[in-house]
Write a protein that binds this ligand. Sequence first.
Ligand code: GDG
Length: 731
Amino acid sequence: MKQKLILVSNRLPITIEKENNNFNFTPSVGGLATGLSSFSKTHESLWFGFPGINAENLTTDDKKIIKDRLINDFKSYPVFLTNNEVKMYYNGFSNKTIWPLFHYFQVYTDYDSETWKYYKLVNEKFFDELIRVVNNGDIIWIHDYQLMLLPKLIKDKFPEARIGFFLHIPFPSYEIFRLLPWRKEILEGILGSDLVGFHTFSYARHFLSSVQRVLGYEHIFNQINTSERSIKVDIFPMGIDYDKFANAPKDSKVKREISIIQRDLKKQKIILSIDRLDYTKGIIQRLESFDLFLTKYPEYIGKVTLIMVAVPSRTKVDRYSNLKNIVDETVGRINGKYSQIGWTPVWYLYRSLPFYNLSALYSMSDVALVTPLRDGMNLVAKEYIASRLNKKGVLIVSEMAGVAEELGEAMSVNPNDKEGIAEAIYTALNMSIEEQQHRIKLMQERLKRNDVFKWASQFIERLQNTKNIQEKLMVRILINEMKDLFLSNYKKSQKRLILLDYDGTLVSFKQKPEDAKPDKDLYKILEDLVSDQNNKVVIISGRDRDTLTHWLSKLNLTLVAEHGAWINRDGKKWEALTDLTTNWKDEIRPLLETYVDRTPRTFIEEKEFSLVWHYRNADIDFASIRQKELKSHLLDIVANLNLGIMEGNKVIEIKSLDINKGKISQKLVGEDNYDFIMAIGDDWTDEDMFATLPEEAYSIKVGLVNSKAKYNLYSNKEVRELLKELTSANK
Ligand code: GDG
């Protein structure tokens, strides 16, 4: 069976219309649909999305007819939505909250918990339809900002599915993103993916920074490691169907169209502007810049025309209909101001044009003026370049569009700088042919190499690859055959030593350390473990004695506090393991205090034999600068004091070099003749423990990272399951 490739986007690339009780299906040839078409040869592919026709207008039979036809003829699968769902999830949360916020239009952003409710509901509806066809090994590629919760919904149910997510719009900086009340859920939703793709490096950087600040997950080389999985974040600038645009001007229909427009415009220079009518596209600013250009350079009056195509979009959202009114007025004002008999400065077309028309405009315009205030990529700019048969023409592009990062040879402008745009128009109209051709040639070569087919195949290839990296790490996991042997060794053994770290191993990390106290489930697990006479169970933690006594002394455990400084064998008395001095603290404490003063929300924890600087509640970027400073400061001091600096999870701990989990583990191992030894830990302080264990011991690292331990487990959830299996194996 071919591996299934499932694509999911808000809208299916098909328009369905009802005519006299019949349904007409018209596939659209958008970039995405084209880019993905090549996969049908190698994969059994299926596209999920809203078919664009409201569910209320359809009977059960209608839905069946549509569904069958979509599946059989278009390899598509409908997710039917009601009028109200479209209103709340699409026009509402997607286009009144996410769209404006992610394009930095804060004041246009609504924060409405009702539309958010529907956003969740519709994401779940997509999920409910998907589970009818998804198998665990399938590849699922989810598109765009309407479906950001879907990756997690799928991953939770199908952990083996390969899930990719691509965002077509900008990902804003943390300062903007943090305004969203549902920021945590949105990020968690996206992180259900194995690969997350963006158009540009800046968007990926903003995303990683938000993940770190909101969820606390660090990243290294664009890889996020949660305790359960690693997620790759990468850049895939979307391309176009280059050959289609490059070849179109040779087509007879397009040629005919060109000669019609030329006849009307005579020898005038043409400036082209094409977008959906959207406030992010900077249409008003563009018109005003053209107005300014004509004022500054009146010699161009009667000699240049701005052809402005505005495709109707999201007309049910107020901001869009208001914008339409302003654009109409502005065009009217400019035309009223400059028009002459036989010449109109702005040709304004408020409709979608057929492809041959679009191509004719691309291939005959002297200048393309693409000046969005923000734009994820902007394919119009690329399509214009590809359509320049004679390599003449100038592209003026906004610095705020993703495409500006790729097309360095274009003239770039700040879309808010009307003077600058007016000047750029003048420079463009006067650019030498040689220079135009030099610039266009370089851009054409690049766009041809990186077309939409390459974009799609690279994404899928990288998605497979991400999974391979995860699989390599998983080889270390306690695989089932291994587990059988492990369980039977456990069962056979008579004297067992079980060393367990606490935070991150038995409980997940909590924002407040006091929230990590054992819950009922954990208590029961530990109780069951110690009730077996053959088990010696040791909790070996970095925590202080009081906390461990308070939480765990009622159980028949051995407790080790402060990474091995203290041991408590009977739940009552603590013994210090070595004869340690603590005079050094007076030298180190003042230094830490200055760092607390200089770094808001950090604090010092004083343990008997160590000092700890905690920075988990501080601004993460700021704290990591301070953390490096403090470390280098400390390194100068500790060398003569026989002290070690330990970097744990958002902490720096300073303690005697004679204390570490390795020493105490070694001591415990030597105290009896154990025939089964197991140690589980997640932190790098546990590495000392893993390193000192005898060869036959089972050392288990929690989290998918390399370690001195022999095996890995995903998370503390799995640790608990494993411990439960051990106790029930012996019943
Ligand atoms: C989003 C992001 C990102 C336009 N007018 C007509 C027409 N078009 C076609 C163009 C082009 C597409 O529509 C517009 O794509 P853009 O990329 O310019 O902009 P968005 O619609 O906002 O798309 C954007 C994109 O997703 C892809 O990731 O680049 O940043 O906002 O292909 O050719 N097509 C026809 N008639 C028209 O009148 N046939």
